[in-house]
Write a new protein. Structure first.
Length: 366
């Protein structure tokens, strides 16, 4: 077998030991690279919240009812799947998630946004009183019966495991997607939660105070002043809590929520000639960060879930642009000596503003 001695003069500089790979391994060169990257991120990293599509996180996610068999694609503005085609659309990194969509039949409802494996935690299906599932329009939604002015729908009971609660480090938060068709003038929607199988109910905003530990259930109450008023429509309710903290938690500049830390790379500029003269253009923003296992120790090392990909979106959590979101593109990964040590990506500003109706569906992701 050929070696360096066959083709290079022995007086040339370089390593002339027997096994250079053994030297690298014994000196922990790769770990030194990771350690230096870690120090940089802790010292200068900027906090961004991260979401990933449910299809990349969950085992056998449920196809959304907005999916059209004729067009073979989901409805982009859908609030149940956010245009991904699968419930619940996106999961926030570093959180444990629970949800009940309108068409739930007891086959979904639990998943981890830590980007580990997801599971199923529902028992039964929706229990409806004076309400029905509208299957005429997509996605399917819960609405009042034609001759009813008030009605309720109670979700399947979501089981919360002891291991889930053991990982909890942040508060509960929840959001219901539903709408009235008269601007709320003569119709209302109320979504509540229960931690005792429906014996008592409380507002979604009281989830953290009520602190459910074994089970979680939702009740939707729809009302209208008369049957001539268009019925309110319910789509989905989601709840979650954090299972990780900011990497620099306890240090100056930390945020009390699950985030990743990233560092901007060099600006990329190009000069173009137009009919108005030369013009200097900036390429999209580029950042680099560590493998995601550094931010969430519950993740397995050297797996696809440790990498950010084109199914991710991020939200700024610092400075004057807090709340603005970006889609990710133009990825690059460094597998130094066969070990994942660093990743880069570009950011594309998402059209729309936080909490505003116009804009891309990404601005509505919970």
């Amino acid at each position: 077998m050929a070696n360096k001695f066959n083709v290079v003069n022995g007086r040339a500089p370089g390593y002339w030991g027997r096994d250079i790979r053994c030297r690298i391994a014994s000196e922990f060169t790769v770990d030194k690279v990771l350690s230096q990257n870690y120090d940089k991120i802790v010292a200068m990293g900027l906090p961004y919240a991260l979401w990933r599509e449910a299809t990349s996180v969950l085992d056998n996610p449920i196809k959304c009812t907005c999916f059209k068999d004729t067009a073979k694609q989901p409805d982009v503005p859908c609030l149940q799947c956010y245009g991904t085609g699968f419930i619940p659309g996106y999961l926030k990194f570093g959180t444990q998630n629970f949800w009940s969509e309108a068409s739930s039949d007891g086959t979904g409802g639990f998943g981890t946004g830590g980007f580990g494996q997801g599971g199923f935690g529902e028992i039964g299906s929706w229990s409806m009183t004076n309400t029905v599932l509208d299957k005429t329009n997509r996605p399917f939604r819960i609405m009042l019966e034609p001759n009813a002015t008030t009605g309720t729908a109670i979700s399947p009971n979501l089981i919360i495991g002891p291991a889930d609660i053991a990982k909890k480090v942040g508060p509960w938060e929840a959001k219901a997607d539903a709408f009235t068709r008269d601007g709320g003038a003569n119709s209302t929607i109320l979504v509540e939660a229960s931690k005792d199988a429906g014996f008592s109910w409380f507002a979604l905003s009281a989830l953290e105070a009520q602190a459910p530990t074994t089970q979680l259930q939702f009740r939707v109450t729809l009302t209208r002043t008369s049957i001539s008023v268009k019925t309110p429509m319910f789509e989905i309710v989601r709840a979650r809590f954090s299972v990780m903290r900011d990497l620099v938690y306890g240090l100056a500049g930390a945020v009390n929520e699950p985030v990743i830390r990233v560092i901007p790379t060099w600006d990329q500029e190009q000069e173009t000639r137009q009919n108005i003269g030369d013009k200097m253009e900036n390429a999209n923003k580029r950042f680099w960060t560590l493998p995601l296992t550094f931010f969430n120790l519950l993740l397995s090392k050297e797996t696809p879930m440790a990498r950010v990909m084109d199914d991710c979106l991020v939200e700024v959590r610092y400075g004057g642009e807090i709340g603005f979101r970006y889609a990710l593109n133009d990825f690059a990964y460094s597998d130094t000596f066969g070990k994942f040590t660093r990743q880069e990506f570009g950011l594309r500003r998402i059209a729309g503003s936080p909490g505003q109706l116009p804009g891309e569906v990404y601005t509505k992701v919970f």
